[in-house]
Design a protein. Structure first.
Lengths: 192, 808
């Protein structure tokens, strides 16, 4: 099994269909580690931007020199972002589900409240979960649209960057975004 | 394509600015298709709705929403100041603790004396000068404390990074509760240590020092020549940190800093801040005693975990916790392994604690501090009196008070009475005590039982009520039996109505819950089933009942991974405590999650052992005719599973009930032979989790050759994953496609069959879905799309039970 991200990206570029699935776990692990470290360093009230996380993960996994070369090559970088978006989504959804099951309580769900834990008003994860479900339905309908949303929402890419990653024109990306955005909203309103 | 035209119409309309132009365009574009028109209009409406969550990339707020995320990510907080750092005259050595306020290190003091001390660095978020100033203000008082059971406070200051720190006598001990558990101290020994702690607190109080944060991690116990010596640490720290936090402006910071509220007195929870005195420490001592006796705090962690801060404060101020003896009687039923290790024999302990110790603890825990013990030594004296078997000072509340409380608990009492009566009427060999344990009201059960027995002896009037409630119990039983008959006749609505009514009449009767859950499972209503099963588990349904197999997988499917893990872990530990190998079904449950419970390597070995034993037995018994398990359909196999689902769906007989009229006895199940394929499949999943992919593939392939086992659909997704891990993309894809076909075929069969027809046992079906989902994510990077047919099947099931709801 090949564990080097640069080589996996190369393999994807070379058309190896299995390479993409090897990329995801690596990116996923790196993002988890990174997010955990970042969070522990931040002061209360500070927000972590997924964009920054993803970029840092990229630098760490690719290595600086290669990253410099690849900086403008959105082709290979694109696969990375696609994987990162998926990984971010999973991490946040896992977290949201977990929190929901904590809130639902149930005497079985024994979540250790450590002495060191802060007491926090549970914030609302429902929106995220609803969006996730709607996004899954969108993917069933049109995978490209779902990928677009995932890139924008979970890694914070701009329309132009997203267009490069997905290899479409910025105009198409913009129009697809308008449609997907409205579609998801309609879906979420309907299910509520 | 409907959707793509919807998209183009929507975008086209969006380009038109005026409402008229849009309407005109839509009239034309959607001519004759009202449905399309409505959906586009909805889209246009959604387009302009404010606050679309998609307009901002998801952001992660620190630390509020990340508090949990960091748990999810399973990482600890960073060490800010680390070993080697020099703070004033102290050089940090190893870190020995981490609390709500900061990190604790062993440090070496260089001057004026060379010694080792404990140095506590406070986490960021407070004004260091304030903290140090308050510590200095109390320093005089702290210096005057000289007690063998109090750790001395030496110094305070600010680190180079601006964080306050405290220097204290180094105590190398373990928290008092842990110590008592580790050494399995008896009730008497626990109480003796506790009185020592009380005396130390009394000493501090006499010097004018209130601790404000007494909890197990601040009461450390060390062994000196085989004698346990408790030492209270952190005197002066909580006060120095605490006062600045009462200001409303730093309310949020307070929530981040507060640490555990489990030991906090009502007046502290009030957060008025000015009003904390020695009696708050008495309350915390009460909590500590409670925990030493029962293994849990008066309010349980999860109770606080699931609600907001204001609700926690309200609970602390207003809610009466159950008496220790009451808590102990529920410990036995609870799945909490933590309590189970702490309290070795809860029922025996419960009777020792009931009465005097209950009243001592409850007096220390009074909400109104004027009603608590006036001093720590009074509390210690009462515990001493109890140990010396002398009358204690704490008294149960007055008769009037009791009467009013009883009125509130009346319902519980009457239920208990009914159970007693039912037990007598049914003439079972079950003792009253067991009946109450089995069905009992969780918190008030014991009190209620006591009251109920007294009632029974004293008042003839109670008899009528007994009879009446015995009737209810009998009715519930009849309803459950009738419900089962309806299930067998596939009259789902009637069955559901019967079970629901039985639950309504006798909510503590776990059979009613499991029966309803089994029905919900049949109808594919996973969420409802998971809820009912967890209720049954809470009521103490025996874990080894075969009807309860695969419940963990159900929790997994409904996304409740915490319950899944909790339940599997508890069952594994139970098996270990009994010195038994986990059952095959338990192994299967444990390894089904992508993040398995337990050690997959070990589970795989245990499955292999099981298989070997089974093969041995089989060799010996080969002359005898085999005894078929319910999932073995009699008769010769007709083709593979895929072919079989074509045409009419085969009837599936619930494995929980091989004969008519109730679940099988456990021994019946043990005799029934599990198909070899099932064992191979379970072993393979465990192998897969242990990353032994070659062996996993081999076992899965062998499983497919077992013609006694028909429900081998879950083998395919597992095979796909194992091949994938081995890098065999073609075989992986092939298996994955087969898995997809099997699921399609099963879905189709369910969709076309009558409601409640599941062509394979529900747990196999659940595992199909779980493993297929995992395989899909592994192979394609995406979860499989939702199948609208499955939603429709669920809705059909739901309509069935809704029809049942309406019928009464």
């Amino acid at each position: 099994m090949d564990d080097d991200v640069t080589q996996i990206l190369q393999a994807i570029d070379d058309g190896d269909p299995q390479a993409a699935s090897r990329l995801l776990p690596l990116v996923y692990d790196e993002l988890r580690r990174l997010a955990a470290r970042k969070m522990s360093q931040e002061s209360p009230g500070h927000t972590l931007q997924p964009t920054a996380l993803v970029h840092e993960a990229f630098l760490r996994l690719i290595g600086n020199e290669v990253a410099d070369q690849a900086a403008e090559q959105w082709d290979s970088r694109g696969h990375f972002f696609a994987a990162a978006a998926e990984a971010m989504r999973r991490i946040l959804i896992e977290n949201a589900r977990r929190r929901k099951s904590v809130k639902r309580g149930g005497n079985l769900a024994k979540n250790e409240l450590q002495d060191g834990d802060a007491l926090l008003d549970p914030d609302d994860q429902d929106t995220l979960l609803a969006l996730d479900e709607a996004l899954t339905r969108l993917a069933a309908l049109d995978d490209d649209l779902a990928r677009l949303v995932q890139l924008r929402y979970f890694t914070g890419l701009t329309i132009d960057q997203t267009a490069k990653v997905l290899n479409v024109s910025p105009r198409t990306a913009k129009r697809n975004w308008a449609y997907a955005r409205a579609w998801l909203r309609r879906e979420m309103e309907d299910t509520e | 394509m409907h959707e793509s035209s919807e998209q183009s119409i929507f975008l086209e309309a969006l380009d038109l600015e005026s409402a008229e132009a849009r309407a005109g365009y839509l009239d034309k574009a959607c001519a004759g298709n009202a449905k399309l028109r409505a959906s586009v209009e909805k889209l246009l409406g959604a387009h302009v709705l404010p606050e679309n969550p998609l307009d901002h990339p998801v952001a992660i707020l620190a630390p509020d929403s990340t508090q949990d995320l960091s748990e999810t990510l399973q990482l600890n907080r960073p060490i800010v100041e680390g070993p080697g750092t020099l703070i004033g005259p102290y050089r940090l050595m190893e870190q020995i603790g981490e609390g709500g306020f900061g990190l604790v290190f062993v440090a070496e003091q260089q001057r004026p004396v060379r010694r080792k001390v404990a140095l506590k660095v406070i986490k960021p978020g407070m004004d260091s000068r304030d903290v140090i100033a308050r510590f200095e203000a109390e320093r005089q008082a702290l210096a005057m404390m000289d007690h063998p059971n109090i750790a001395r406070a030496f110094d305070a200051g600010t680190t180079a990074t601006g964080r306050p720190y405290f220097v204290m006598e180094l105590v190398r001990g373990v928290p008092i509760t842990e110590f008592c558990d580790q050494h399995e101290l008896s009730l008497r020994q626990r109480l003796e240590i506790f009185t020592t702690v009380c005396r130390a607190v009394q000493h501090a109080h006499q010097k004018g020092v209130v601790h404000r944060d007494i909890k197990p991690s601040n009461v450390l116990v060390t062994l000196h020549d085989e004698t346990p010596v408790p030492k209270i640490i952190d005197f002066g720290v909580a006060k120095a940190i605490g006062q600045s936090l009462t200001d409303k402006t730093i309310y949020t910071r307070f929530t981040a800093m507060i640490g555990t509220p489990l030991y906090m007195s009502p007046e502290q929870a009030e957060m008025s801040g000015l009003d904390i005195d020695t009696r708050s420490d008495i309350y915390s001592l009460g909590v500590l005693l409670y925990e030493l006796l029962t293994g849990s705090t008066p309010f349980e962690r999860e109770q606080f975990n699931s609600v907001g801060l204001d609700e926690v404060r309200r609970i602390i101020r207003e809610v009466d916790p159950p008496k220790p003896s009451t808590r102990l009687t529920t410990v036995a039923a609870a799945l909490s392994t933590r309590s189970a290790t702490r309290v070795r024999n809860p029922q025996q302990l419960s009777s020792a604690v009931r009465g005097d110790l209950d009243w001592i603890v409850m007096k220390a825990l009074e909400k109104d501090r004027g009603r608590r013990y006036a001093s720590a030594s009074e509390l210690a004296d009462d515990v001493r009196r109890f140990l010396a078997e002398q009358p204690i000072e704490a008294r149960p509340p007055s008769q009037l008070y009791q009467l009013s409380k009883f009125a509130r608990r009346n319902k519980a009492a009457l239920v208990t009475v009914s159970l007693i009566a039912a037990a007598m009427i049914l003439g079972t060999a079950v003792s009253l005590w067991q009946a109450s344990v089995a069905f009992g009201e969780r918190n008030d059960k014991d009190a209620a039982l006591q009251k109920a027995l007294r009632l029974q002896q004293e008042a003839d009037a109670a008899r009528e009520e007994i009879a009446q409630f015995a009737t209810t119990m009998k009715e519930a039983n009849v309803l459950v039996t009738s419900g089962r008959a309806h299930v067998d006749g596939q009259r789902w609505a009637a069955a559901y109505a019967d079970f629901t009514e039985a639950i309504k009449r006798q909510p503590n009767y776990y059979n009613a819950w499991t029966e309803r859950a089994s029905l919900e499972v049949k109808l594919g209503l996973w969420d409802l089933a998971a809820r009912d099963f967890s209720q049954a588990i809470e009521l103490g349904v025996p874990e080894d009942n075969p009807a309860n197999w695969a419940i963990p997988q159900l929790f997994l499917l409904t996304g409740d991974t915490d319950t899944y893990r909790e339940y599997c872990t508890a069952l594994l530990q139970q098996a270990e405590q009994r010195g038994e190998r986990p059952s095959m079904s338990l192994i299967r449950s444990c390894v089904l999650a992508s993040d398995p419970v337990g050690d997959p390597e070990q589970l795989a070995e245990q499955a292999v052992e099981f298989l070997a034993e089974m093969d041995d037995e089989h060799a010996q018994e080969s002359q005898r005719p085999p005894r078929f398990a319910p999932w073995d359909r009699s008769g010769p196999p007709v083709g593979g599973p895929l072919e079989r689902t074509d045409g009419r769906p085969p009837q599936f007989r619930d494995p929980g009930r091989p004969r008519d009229g109730g679940p099988p006895r456990p021994d019946e199940f043990r005799r029934m032979r599990i198909p070899r394929g099932v064992i191979l499949y379970t072993t393979a999943i465990a192998m897969y989790r242990a990353e032994r992919y070659d062996e996993a593939v081999a076992s899965l392939k062998e499983a497919l050759t077992d013609d006694r086992w028909r429900n081998m659909q879950p083998v395919y997704p597992a095979l796909a994953m194992a091949y994938h891990r081995l890098g065999d993309a073609d075989q992986a894809r092939e298996a994955f496609e087969r898995s997809q076909q099997e699921i399609d075929a099963l879905t189709q069969s369910m969709e076309q069959g009558p409601v409640g027809s599941m062509p394979i046992p529900w747990f196999d079906w659940i595992e199909c879905q779980l493993l297929h989902r995992e395989a899909s994510i592994l192979l394609t990077g995406f979860a499989p799309a939702d199948d609208p047919r499955l939603r429709e099947i669920q809705q059909r099931g739901r309509r069935q039970i809704e029809a049942g709801d309406a019928s009464f």
